[in-house]
Design a protein around this ligand. Structure first.
Ligand SMILES: Cc1cc2nc3c(=O)[nH]c(=O)nc-3n(C[C@H](O)[C@H](O)[C@H](O)COP(=O)(O)OP(=O)(O)OC[C@H]3O[C@@H](n4cnc5c(N)ncnc54)[C@H](O)[C@@H]3O)c2cc1C
Length: 380
């Protein structure tokens, strides 16, 4: 095995072990209580899962996108909420890694990599979800600082983060060209947390409003140039959507693994087969493999900067295909277990609720289809 393969395998094995020993005993409870799992954050930090995409010079693990996906997949086999913690940390970090000055990187990245800091990504607003270019949050330059006003919603880790990567407009009316990214620190006057969402799925992940009222942010905490925010966001999402796809693949695989064990144990009753269970299991396995192939193709394209299908298209395909597969697999898993499948007695009902959420966040699956169709119709 060459080095890179060995390194990736190492990440997969480490994630598998943490998922089995640390996440599995907590998965049902996290879903039940909807509380943020500080113990898991601590364990992930210790194993480097919260600094996967941070360069070595800032204390990070500097892995590639494939390894990032492998970690997300292995954890999501057990608990999709817990896998999201790994992904969102990378999503919040990427704009800084891709576009921040050295000074900003020095301020933020070592705290994430070495001091267990958490970061979140604040883009969505009540009036700007899918249409991300319409952000209403404003950042006005006043001498050596900006004053930011606005309201973000559905922010993962909003209530637990130490840093907030916030996208605002510095040129109202300019849409894409006006979007600029900033990093805000917890405790900055004017930054507060609004309501915490009670979600049907991914319940172990903290999702809140983030309110910005006259927040003074030094110019040094701007990410790159004014107007560079849109491209930082897009480059970030191209890297994270394969990981969301990997989360969906892991979730679906976890449901299938559970079902296979169940049918093996209860197969003697043969009751399941009258519903064509074996064919359903086979279809699930095939669809999961297809989704996995797409996810790792997108990751490989990103890692190898390969030419061919544009990477945003493969990332979009991976996210929506894999989460649609996860939805189908988990729904059928509940169906196969019949009324029992609807109860907390089996993890598949949690997995089904989690799959629904994955179809929505990080750009809905309808929007991902639009990305693919738009590129097809545009031609080369
Ligand atoms: C659990 C969770 C965590 C999240 N975490 C974060 C986070 O950390 N940071 C962040 O910034 N955001 C986050 N989000 C927000 C998420 O990215 C948005 O919910 C998503 O982008 C959709 O935006 P919206 O909810 O405003 O829906 P809308 O944009 O209002 O869309 C509503 C519906 O219309 C469809 N639709 C919209 N426009 C079109 C169109 N042009 N053509 C066809 N259909 C269309 C959509 O697909 C959707 O079904 C999170 C969401 C959830 C559920």
């Amino acid at each position: 095995m060459n080095n890179i393969k060995q390194e990736r395998e190492g990440w997969r094995e480490k994630a598998k072990e943490v998922a089995k020993n640390v996440v599995a005993p907590r998965a049902a409870e996290i879903d039940e209580t909807g509380e943020f799992a500080w113990d898991l954050a601590e364990a992930y930090s210790k194993h480097g899962f919260l600094s996967l995409l941070i360069p070595k010079e800032y204390g990070g693990m500097d892995t590639d996108i494939t390894s990032f996906c492998l970690v997300a997949e292995e954890i999501a086999k057990i608990c999709a909420s817990s896998a999201l913690l790994v992904i969102v940390q990378a999503v919040g970090t990427m704009p800084v890694v891709l576009g921040g000055t050295n000074e900003l990187k020095e301020m933020v990245l070592p705290r994430l990599a070495k001091e267990k800091g958490l970061i979140c990504f604040c883009l969505t607003e009540p009036e700007s979800g899918s249409d991300a270019a319409s952000v209403q949050t404003k950042a006005a330059l006043k001498g050596d600082h900006y004053v930011i006003n606005g309201r973000k919603c559905f922010i993962t880790n909003g209530g637990v983060a130490d840093f907030y990567t916030v996208f605002a407009t510095t040129q109202p009316g300019k849409k894409i060209e006006g979007i600029t990214g900033f990093v805000l620190e917890k405790g900055t006057p004017g930054l507060s947390i609004g309501k915490t969402e009670e979600k049907m799925g991914i319940r172990g992940s903290n999702t809140t409003e983030v309110i910005l009222e006259g927040v003074k942010v030094p110019v040094a905490q701007r990410i790159g140039d004014e107007g560079a925010g849109w491209w930082q966001m897009m480059r970030t999402l191209n890297r994270s959507r394969p990981a969301i796809g990997a989360q969906a693949v892991g979730l679906a695989q976890g449901a299938l693994d559970y079902l296979v064990q169940f049918v093996r144990k209860n197969g003697a009753k043969a009751k399941e087969d009258k519903f064509g269970v074996q064919w359903m299991l086979a279809d699930m396995a095939v669809e999961i493999e297809a989704a996995r192939a797409l996810v790792y193709k997108a990751a490989t394209m990103m890692d190898e900067k390969a030419k061919g299908t544009p990477v945003q298209v493969l990332s979009a395909m991976a996210k929506y295909f894999a989460s649609d597969v996860a939805m189908k697999v988990t729904t059928n898993a509940v169906q196969i277990l019949q009324w029992e499948g609807l109860t907390h007695h089996h993890p598949v009902e949690r997995m089904m609720r989690d799959a629904k959420v994955i179809q929505i966040f990080e750009g809905t699956n309808q929007i991902q289809r639009m990305v693919v169709a738009h590129t097809l119709l545009k031609g080369k």
